[in-house]
Design a protein. Structure first.
Length: 151
């Protein structure tokens, strides 16, 4: 089945750049606000997906925003030797702000700022667009570290 020329034309042009940029600025502004329950914690906010990679197409993309807590991380130490695992276990302490609390705080803060437009999912939080703001997925995240050796 041939693809119509009009569809190829649509796919070849990046779409809704200003609207996506404004959506990211709005979401980021809310997430960075000093009233956020995680304000003062070490976190990063960045784009992911088609808009972040400049591959979004008109009418077929939302804005994917990642908010990553930097003070905690998930790990895989299964490749470490017994000695390295012992050294690893004595080198860290339990986080005082766990990921689960961070994720709940992000969801609550978004819900407070976008009433009736936030739907938490298993991984991402959907923020429904309104007016000139596009739909957005906000992903509360933490680093994952796979260790092959630890000294």
């Amino acid at each position: 089945m041939a693809i119509p020329e009009s569809q190829l034309e649509t796919w070849s042009h990046q779409g809704a750049v200003k609207q996506s940029r404004d959506t990211y600025a709005t979401i980021k502004g809310v997430l960075e606000h000093s009233s956020a329950p995680y304000a003062g914690k070490d976190y990063s906010i960045f784009l992911q997906g088609s808009y972040g990679n400049d591959t979004n197409i008109f009418a077929d993309s939302d804005v994917d925003v990642v908010i990553q807590i930097n003070a905690v991380y998930f790990d895989d130490t299964s490749s470490l030797s017994t000695d390295d695992q012992a050294a690893y276990k004595t080198s860290w302490s339990k986080a005082d702000y766990p990921y689960s609390e961070f994720k709940a705080d992000v969801i609550n803060h978004l819900t407070k700022n976008f009433p009736g437009r936030v739907t938490p999912g298993n991984k991402a939080v959907f923020v429904e667009g309104e007016g000139n703001r596009r739909d957005a997925d906000v992903l509360p995240a933490a680093q994952f570290r796979k260790y092959h050796r630890f000294r």
